[in-house]
Design a binder for this molecule. Structure first.
Ligand SMILES: [Zn+2]
Length: 78
């Protein structure tokens, strides 16, 4: 299986938190979070954000924002 990238984490974060990912995918993300503090931070912050904010991200996260986020995460961890 391909290594999970920071971008994958961003893309799959909502599904991850919803618990709807296939088990092997979820496990791969778990492993990435353990090995990648910036992504873990992002996960914590996302979890801590209000449900209203979460809803907005879930339903309508602009591609540009997702791309920016992935870019940021890729820069901050290699
Ligand atoms: Zn990462």
């Amino acid at each position: 299986m391909a290594k999970t990238s920071c971008r994958d984490c961003v893309d799959l974060l909502v599904d991850y938190l919803e618990g709807v990912l296939p088990e092997d995918r979820e496990k791969a993300l778990d492993e990435h979070f353990m090995a990648c503090p910036p992504c873990l931070d992002f996960l914590d912050q996302y979890r801590a954000s209000s449900s209203l904010c979460r809803k907005a991200i879930e339903t309508d996260m602009p591609d540009a924002l997702a791309a920016k986020l992935g870019e940021f995460l890729n820069k901050s961890c290699k």
